[in-house]
Each structure stands twice: as structure tokens, then as C-alpha cells.
Design a protein around this ligand. Sequence first.
Ligand code: DAH
Length: 343
Amino acid sequence: MPRTSMFAELDQIQSDALSEIAGIDSDAALEDVRVRFLGKKGRVTAASAGMRDVAPEQKPAMGQKLNEVRTAITEALEVKAEALTAARDAAAYAGIDVTLPGRPLPKGSLHPLTHVLDKAVSVLRRMGFAIADGPEIETEWHCFDALNTPADHPARNESDTFYFENGKLLRTHTSSVQIRTMETEVPPIRIIAPGSAFRRDEIDATHLSAFHQLEGLYVDTRVTLADLKGTLEFFFREMFGNETELRFRPHFFPFTEPSFEVDLKFHAAGRESKWIEIAGCGMVDPNVFAAVGKTRGDAAYDPEKISGFAFGMGLDRLAMITYGIPDLRLLIENDVRFLRQFA
Ligand code: DAH
């Protein structure tokens, strides 16, 4: 092809392409133009085949022209594509007043139990307790036997505990985490285990069948009852204020000896001060160490060499006292009118 006619041909292709692109109003039509001009069998591609016949000294100029045409068409396609998108967006916005304020999303807040748990954990962590965990579906061994609770103990009764067919059960307390921890860690141990516990209780204002506990365990050489008292006194005063009084009442738990129930009397403006039972505790029973030693197969928990204290309390009850909540069921009903008060 002579030089001038190829030049003219390319000019023609470019002006055809640009005028077609100018009139386009859809992405599909735009793609069609791209294929017809720049595609494998497109006009630009076909024209470039003519380069073969161009005299060698004219090749650079012709090559440059070819590139200019290709670039011009490519750019026109891009500009058009952007214009089409912008037009589509504008159509979508049409009728929307973007200057109106947004609709507020309802803001959630922490559950009162979470508030109480966070506070309790932060106080106990300051005293060096680390968080430990265990499964909610437990073995009888971890929930009862290893905790020195014999087969005929009332807590193990069908009517008190949710059993599975495979013999496992929903843990009735978080004390099982004591065993789990001692089976895998050596003393000294200082752990707290917050978590759910389950009992076949009739649900009423002071009982839930799924509730929350906070367990504590401290095992080392020469741990004494004085350590236990000091720890719980510090803990409850941090939780409820320095005026808080504590009373340790002798009690019985299979896994501690001696055992106590802890009553608390705290003073809050506008509220009656009376003794409230708040926790169970005691010195870890040597039989518990012996049971742990049996699974471990070592002497890490030799009851002659180590001692420890344990405590357990109901978190739901802690929340009730902290906030003056009269009925435990409020904690699980998810009524936002109730929950909003703790935001
Ligand atoms: N596990 C007991 C319960 O659920 C509470 C408890 C009492 C835990 C004494 C302890 C403890 O660790 O030493 O009623």
C-alpha cells in the first residue's frame, strides 16, 4: 500500500472510531466498538498488517502513526467508559438528598455481666491470677470424682445435673477447671476460671439453669487460710468499696477442707446493708491433690509438700449486688430497656 493511502486509511479509521464512540450510550455498545476496531480482527489490527508493504525508510513514521491511532481510540474508549459509569451513578443518586443527616444506628453496650466480669478479672489479674479455661461439657471425673465428690453425692443426682447419653454432663460448676489446670500445669498455680455452669434448677428470681461462675485456685508451697482470707477481702473491697465487710462461715464442700461460705455486707447509698452470701471457698482437700496425682502419674501435687486455696462465686449474683438487680431473669431476657441502663 502506498504511504499516503495507508495514512489516509488510518485517519479514516480513527475518525470513524471516535465518531462512533461519541454516540454510544451503553457498555455493551462500547465493547462492540472496541472489538471492531482494536480486536484481533478489528480494523486497526487489519491496517497494521499493511506495514509489511511499507517501504523500509517510511516504516518508523508509519509505525508511529499506527500507534497514535491506537492510542487515540483506546483513550476515547476509556473516557467514554468513565462517562457511562458517572452517568449511571448520577442516575442512582438522583432524588437522594445527600446533605440529609444519616440515620443513627442503635448503639449496643456491654452486658452488665460483662462489666462485672471485666472488673473482677482486672482486680484478680493485679494479684497475679491468670485466666484458665475448660469445657462446658465435662466428664464426671473432672466435675465430681477428682473433686472428691463421691458417686452418692446429691449434686450428682439425675435431678440436679444435665447428663448426656455418653456419660458426660454439662458442668455443674467451674471447679472442674481446677482439675483440668492441675492435670496440665505444675505448681505454683494461680488461676481464675470464669465461665458458664448448668443445673437442673427451677428458674426463678434467684435461680437460672444456665448461670455464670468465677473460680479461683492458688497452689504453692505454704499457702494458708490467711492467704485465702486476704485475697478475698482485697478482692471484694476492690469490687464493692473499702467499707465492705466479709464474714467466713464454716461450711462443707467436698473438695476443700476446711471450707467456708463467704457473706458480704456492703454499704451503698439508698440501699439496705445486709449480709449476702457471695462465695464458697476453702483449702484444697488433699484428696483432690491425690486424684490429680493419679492422672498425672507424678508427685508434682504431693499433698505433703504443697497446699492451696480455692474459691468459687456466682457472677450473676455479683451483678445483681453490684447493680441492685432484683431478678436474675432480667440478665437473660435481652430486653434493651433493661440493658440500656448499663451503657
Ligand atoms: N463449686 C462450688 C459451687 O458451685 C463453689 C465453690 C465452693 C468453689 C468452694 C470452690 C470452693 O472453689 O473452694 O457451689
